[in-house]
Design a protein around this ligand. Sequence first.
Ligand SMILES: *[C@@H]1O[C@H](CO)[C@@H](O)[C@H](O)[C@H]1NC(C)=O
Ligand SMILES: *[C@@H]1O[C@H](CO)[C@@H](O)[C@H](O)[C@H]1NC(C)=O
Ligand SMILES: *[C@@H]1O[C@H](CO)[C@@H](O)[C@H](O)[C@H]1NC(C)=O
Ligand SMILES: *[C@@H]1O[C@H](CO)[C@@H](O)[C@H](O)[C@H]1NC(C)=O
Ligand SMILES: *[C@@H]1O[C@H](CO)[C@@H](O)[C@H](O)[C@H]1NC(C)=O
Ligand SMILES: *[C@@H]1O[C@H](CO)[C@@H](O)[C@H](O)[C@H]1NC(C)=O
Ligand SMILES: *[C@@H]1O[C@H](CO)[C@@H](O)[C@H](O)[C@H]1NC(C)=O
Ligand SMILES: *[C@@H]1O[C@H](CO)[C@@H](O)[C@H](O)[C@H]1NC(C)=O
Ligand SMILES: *[C@@H]1O[C@H](CO)[C@@H](O)[C@H](O)[C@H]1NC(C)=O
Ligand SMILES: *[C@@H]1O[C@H](CO)[C@@H](O)[C@H](O)[C@H]1NC(C)=O
Ligand SMILES: *[C@@H]1O[C@H](CO)[C@@H](O)[C@H](O)[C@H]1NC(C)=O
Ligand SMILES: *[C@@H]1O[C@H](CO)[C@@H](O)[C@H](O)[C@H]1NC(C)=O
Length: 543
Amino acid sequence: MVIMSFFLALASCCQYFAFASGRSTSAIAVPNSPPSNSSLPIMEAFISYSIEFVFFPDFAGNPTSPNTFSNNLLNNIGNLTGTKPYIRVGGNTQDYVLYNASLRTAVNGTYDNSRSPDYPTTIFIGPSFFDSYNTFPDTKYIHGFNLGLGGNNSAGWQTLLDTVPLACKALGGDKLLWWEYGNEPDLYSTSAQGPVRPSKWNESQYIEQWLNGTRAIKSQLKKYCPEMLEADRYGYLAPSFAGTNNRLKPVTTWRDGLNADEDVKIFSSHNYISGATQPGVTLQNTLLNHTKTRLSISSQIATLTNLSLQGLPQSIPFTLGETNSLYNQGKPGLSNSFGAALWNLDFNLYCAAVGIRRVHMHMGTDYRYAAWQPLQTNKTSLGTKPPYYGQLAAAAVIGDVRKNRGEVRIVHLPLEGEMEAAYAAFVGGRLEKITVINLRAYNHTVNGTSSVLNEEERPSETYRFKVPMYCGGKVGVKRLCANGSDAISGVTWNGWSYNWELDEGRPVRLSNVTVGEVARVERGVVSVDVADSSAAVLEFGGR
Ligand SMILES: *[C@@H]1O[C@H](CO)[C@@H](O)[C@H](O)[C@H]1NC(C)=O
Ligand SMILES: *[C@@H]1O[C@H](CO)[C@@H](O)[C@H](O)[C@H]1NC(C)=O
Ligand SMILES: *[C@@H]1O[C@H](CO)[C@@H](O)[C@H](O)[C@H]1NC(C)=O
Ligand SMILES: *[C@@H]1O[C@H](CO)[C@@H](O)[C@H](O)[C@H]1NC(C)=O
Ligand SMILES: *[C@@H]1O[C@H](CO)[C@@H](O)[C@H](O)[C@H]1NC(C)=O
Ligand SMILES: *[C@@H]1O[C@H](CO)[C@@H](O)[C@H](O)[C@H]1NC(C)=O
Ligand SMILES: *[C@@H]1O[C@H](CO)[C@@H](O)[C@H](O)[C@H]1NC(C)=O
Ligand SMILES: *[C@@H]1O[C@H](CO)[C@@H](O)[C@H](O)[C@H]1NC(C)=O
Ligand SMILES: *[C@@H]1O[C@H](CO)[C@@H](O)[C@H](O)[C@H]1NC(C)=O
Ligand SMILES: *[C@@H]1O[C@H](CO)[C@@H](O)[C@H](O)[C@H]1NC(C)=O
Ligand SMILES: *[C@@H]1O[C@H](CO)[C@@H](O)[C@H](O)[C@H]1NC(C)=O
Ligand SMILES: *[C@@H]1O[C@H](CO)[C@@H](O)[C@H](O)[C@H]1NC(C)=O
């Protein structure tokens, strides 16, 4: 038993460096300051969340029984970046929701497995649904109204009129970020879960219905929450399309007058790098593949470029209002593994580097790619899941963007291989951190049997960076670790665990993980060994 735990204590990428084989590459040049084509500085709440509408009460609880676990996890990120993540309450179920004023529960959802086994598709919400907006302190929300049924039948339209007063009362004070009207309307006429528009529905009709509905929201606000129409308090996240090349095109929609009322405050697009049941999807080919992430985001960046040519101003940030790894709620064993934590770190930093201004990581109860499971169900155990650690590590790399310490910029450092990625973080023009992610898959178990005793055989890569002259001396090293890309537990960031079972998601320092590691800049070069399936963050200069 004692011997066993001795070996277990060694069995982590955080202790590997004594045995590292260290395949080495030539030094990667890091610029002295952000290149002139760097993207805009990081906005607050860059790492944000999108919670599937029908599951929002699970994640937030209600004032009598608030979900403090969720709040602890949001606080951890807020404490790193200075702002708690923003929460978009929306997704497919936003467009199925009808309001029932006599319903005593927050939600009455009925599943139809032929439409989706993962969320109900016949949904009523009662007045108490809106109480869930009163649980997380200091949190801003995007509330999604139903356009799917709102523009389809009279019950849908009535739901819009009935829920505006409830939502605006619940989101008064400083809780509303912006509204949203419709989720993924570019798929309404083709949706795999059942179309809600005729096949010829197009951008012009969408714009007409969107303007009609948002004007109805505005006139309800005028009646029930007039203070929410003040300048800078009324506006939308839109158009929230699933992709850049579906039946409705974002650029056409913008060009043809989506913003006729000048109330679009954030341009939202959705992104998934692939699908849970797409053939050929594996951890290494898909999530642990930097090329895949780059290609997926390149279509968003192309759209952003075209939108800018069509007059989208910089003051309307381009964001991913809903995103994650594999659509259809993720693939078991992939989306919930430590590999997905590494993917989250790579994806989020890549988005930051190329000009996506905010990412809302999507989740729902029992979703495979969820950052956490907010309550115990018979499908999924309550707890912090690996993706959370990747999001938190990205938040740690970005740091506090509100403190007066200068603009934060993330710069992508191209590497040779597609199973690795690196980023420089500049603060006020000076290099502050380098992040290296070794995306080579490393299995902790083989055919269900643990291979931890072979930890010393875990391969690693030595990365060398030629850093600016001003980065002398000691360099702090922090690591994102687990026993392998297939691990679904035992993840740590710089020795911290945020697991539910330790302290309900509050940070707990583990004594069996090495921290306080130091590297050195020698003749302008700093080098670091990074085990396969792990990441390291180098921190320069005691600032
Ligand atoms: C480290 O400690 C934590 C908390 O006690 C435990 O769950 C985990 O299994 C340990 N990890 C290793 C590698 O021994
Ligand atoms: C940081 O965490 C504490 C709880 O530990 C919380 O009270 C505080 O509001 C958090 N700060 C931010 C900026 O979220
Ligand atoms: C609305 O809720 C009440 C109370 O639960 C229920 O009796 C009624 O059938 C519901 N109406 C619909 C349309 O679901
Ligand atoms: C919940 O919705 C289902 C399906 O529409 C309905 O049959 C049932 O009566 C509803 N339950 C309540 C309490 O409203
Ligand atoms: C707005 O939509 C509602 C519901 O579909 C419809 O009743 C109304 O006529 C529309 N108004 C305009 C101006 O199109
Ligand atoms: C409503 O949705 C149905 C499919 O459920 C579709 O056939 C119909 O055309 C839609 N009606 C409108 C007005 O969009
Ligand atoms: C959409 O369809 C309508 C009616 O068929 C047509 O008048 C309009 O030009 C179309 N809009 C676009 C952007 O194709
Ligand atoms: C990574 O993804 C790209 C694009 O889909 C593909 O061409 C390549 O083979 C993948 N690489 C690996 C290691 O799977
Ligand atoms: C900046 O230019 C370099 C060199 O052409 C290119 O590799 C990089 O992708 C560009 N960065 C951005 C954010 O466009
Ligand atoms: C699992 O939980 C759901 C929702 O509470 C319930 O409807 C279902 O019957 C349960 N399934 C099993 C196998 O216990
Ligand atoms: C890890 O295990 C999975 C599932 O058994 C397998 O498909 C994959 O090839 C393995 N990867 C490595 C690097 O051994
Ligand atoms: C794992 O199982 C497969 C299929 O049963 C077998 O072919 C393979 O040899 C096993 N691998 C190891 C390392 O035991």
